[in-house]
Every structure is written in structure tokens, then in C-alpha cells.
Design a protein around this ligand. Structure first.
Ligand code: ZN
Length: 123
């Protein structure tokens, strides 16, 4: 006869071994991203969405009356447009004063194109 295995214990054991994080939404253990070792939510879309929702709520509670609570995408776009009108040369000036940026962008684009090429060959 097979006995039901206590899954939680096993998961916990594995987690301890591989230094995993526990998801604060679904309580499952997961391997954190190497760039975000303190990640609190696992990779599942459901948990991410849930976490974003709660985090947003907390943020709005912490910042009451932020733009009268009407900071929408539309308003953000309008704000940005207005800012662009007032600072039309900002980006050009910025690039001019940071010559190394151009090279960096060029290289990034090159890499991206190579990646695309590779993908096409693989497919
Ligand atoms: Zn989760």
C-alpha cells in the first residue's frame, strides 16, 4: 500500500536545499531570479497579477491624494506631451552630451538583430 506523501515537507526540504523563496501569494516555493534574489512572488501569472493589485492598493494608501487620485494613463500621456513641448531639444542635447550612449545603443541594436537572425535560422 502506498502512503500519501506529505508534499509540504518535501517542498520545504527542497526549498532549504536550493535556497528558494516562498511565494507570498500561493505559498509555494520557487527559485528566485538571479537578478532579483529577494523576489517575493513566484513566476505564475496569477500570483504576479495578485501581487501587483495588492501592492498598488498599498501604494495608493500610502500616497493619498496623489494628483487627486486621478493619475490615469491619459493624463500621463498629456503630461509627457506638454513636457516634450516645453523641452523640445532635451533628448538631442542629452545624446550630444553623452556620446558613449550612441555606441551603447548601436551595440544593443546589433545584438538584438543578431538574436533575431539566430531565431529565424532556428525556426
Ligand atoms: Zn505564487
Amino acid at each position: 500500500m502506498l502512503f500519501p506523501i506529505d508534499k509540504k515537507k518535501i517542498v520545504y526540504f527542497i526549498a532549504k536545499e536550493d535556497e528558494m523563496n516562498q511565494c507570498i501569494i500561493c505559498k509555494k516555493y520557487f527559485k528566485p531570479d538571479k537578478f532579483h534574489p529577494h523576489q517575493k512572488v513566484c513566476k505564475s501569472k496569477k500570483c504576479k497579477r495578485e501581487y501587483k493589485k495588492t501592492y498598488n492598493r498599498i501604494w495608493w494608501q500610502r500616497n493619498p491624494g496623489y494628483n487627486n487620485g486621478k493619475w490615469t494613463k491619459k493624463r500621463a500621456r498629456e503630461y509627457y506631451r506638454k513636457w516634450r513641448k516645453e523641452n523640445p531639444d532635451y533628448h538631442r542635447k542629452y545624446y550630444a552630451s553623452h556620446p558613449e550612449l550612441k555606441n551603447r545603443i548601436r551595440e544593443a541594436v546589433k545584438k538584438y538583430r543578431e538574436k533575431l537572425k539566430l531565431k529565424r535560422i532556428l525556426i
